[in-house]
Every structure is written in C-alpha cells, then in structure tokens.
Design a protein around this ligand. Sequence first.
Ligand code: BEZ
Ligand code: FE
Length: 302
Amino acid sequence: MQKNDDESKLTEAVIARLSADADPRFRRVMQSLIRHVHDFVREVELTEDEWFEAIKFLTATGQKCDDKRQEFIMLSDVLGVSMLVDAINHRSAEGTTETTVLGPFFVHGAPEIENGGDMAAGWDGEPTCVSGQVRATDGTPLAGALLDLWQSNSEGNYDVQLADTGGRQLRAKLHADAEGRFRVRTILPTSYPVPTDGPMGKVLERMGRHPMRPAHLHFMVSAPGYETVVTHLFVKGDPYLDSDVVFGVKDSLIVDFKRSESASEAQKLGLQAPFYRASYDFVLRPAGAARRLAARSARDAA
Ligand code: BEZ
Ligand code: FE
C-alpha cells in the first residue's frame, strides 16, 4: 500500500495515479496542475483555515453562477487568466485584429438587425454610429461577415443584469455588405464596475483594487472559413484604460469616438446631433492558420 505520510513524495504519488491510458493532453494538463497546486500550497504554507476559506470561496463562486451570471469567468478575468489564455492562443496572429476577453455577459440569440440599424432603440444615451469594414489578412473584403455586438446601457448595466428588459437588449447581429462594410447605430458606451455583489467583489476589495472597466463595445466577428475574432472597441480618453480590472485593453483597440454637432451628418446616419462617430476595420485570418503556424514552429524547433 502506498503511504502518503511523506510531504515530499505526495506530489509524485498523486501524479503516479494518473492512468497511462488517459488522453495524453489531459495527462499533461493534470500533471502540471497537480505540480503547480502542490508547489503553491508548499510555497505559501497554506493553513487549514485558509484551505477552508478557499473551499468556501469556490463554493460561493459556483453558487453565484446561473444562466445569466458567470462568476467563474469573472474570477478568471480579474486574475488575468483570461487574458493570458487569449495571449497564448493568439500568438503569431500578426496582421489580424487583436482579441480580448469574451466576458461573462455574452449571450446567444441577439436580435438580427439590418446593416445600418439601431441596436439601442429606446435606450437613453449619447447617439453613436460605429462603422468599418471586415477584411481578410490579404485585404479581401469579407462579404456578408457576421458581427455580433453587445454593450451595457448608459448606467453600465447589461440587459441580463436588469429585471424585465423584455428579451435581448443592447445586442445585435448584423451582416456586412458585399464589400464587407458595416454600420450600426447605438449609444456611447460608458465605463462601469464589474458586478461586486459576489465573492469576486470581496476579493477585489481585499486586494485594494477598483472594479472598473473602461467604456467599450463588444464584438464577435466571423466569416465562413475564417477565425472568429472576439474583441472590444475601447473609447479613447476613458480614465480606466490604464487600469482595466480585467487587463483587457490593447492599444490597437482604443478608438476615437469623435463628437459631432452636424445636424445634416446626423440626419444622414439616422441619428440626432450631437452624436459620436467611430470607425474601425476588422481583419480576420483564414481558419487553421494558428494550427499551421504552430506545426511549422514545432517542426523548426525539432
Ligand atoms: C465585460 O466586459 O462585459 C466584462 C468582462 C469581464 C468581466 C466582467 C465584465
Ligand atoms: Fe463589457
């Protein structure tokens, strides 16, 4: 019988129980996870009280999750894990639009609107128009590319955080035209705090961190045969760009939302002056490009 009374041998004993028949990737991930968790516990000399606090914290995190709230994604975001996964998975994505966190507020089934339509009809806020083009890395316009957008209201709340919004709000799906061009009317996004009424809120407070995200508009841009881009456009000048609670800001995603007082320009866009106007082009790479690059660098390294 294996004895587990030797602290130094425990880690290898746990790893040794992994079946040799387990999926190789799963084995690799589990071995590393076990090593790092054991090393962490040794390094901080975790007390039994702290261990139980951690169990209570993870339990509370799970209990805070439902079909509208994902506290585990928040945990990952706030600890910078989501952005690390993002960085690792988009290495060598040069020439494409940079990606950032999905966040916990994406939901499937946003209403389809026409290109040029209004995704914020009936909501108070500063009238805004965002337009641009979706292209491939070689410059080819991606006709009919799908843009799935979501944002918070002018008080910083997503529809899923509000009672009785009557379905999906401040969300839209629209198709770019034959030249890959798109235009959408909305309201100017504002900075907002991530929800702090759950376990993550308490942890942020104990770490002495603010809960704010700089103003942004979420995009998921896809086209058949191309890698989907999940990203945001951040509003230039926002005071939280340098201290986003989820570390999601990248310089290339900061966009000037220019204020205009032109009534004629506003009328052409179907807006009221004064309004804000931003433009941004999205660039997608062919599907499988990341796999091909990884295979090539593995070959080069061999
Ligand atoms: C968001 O942008 O919607 C978001 C991202 C990460 C954590 C919380 C909210
Ligand atoms: Fe957001």
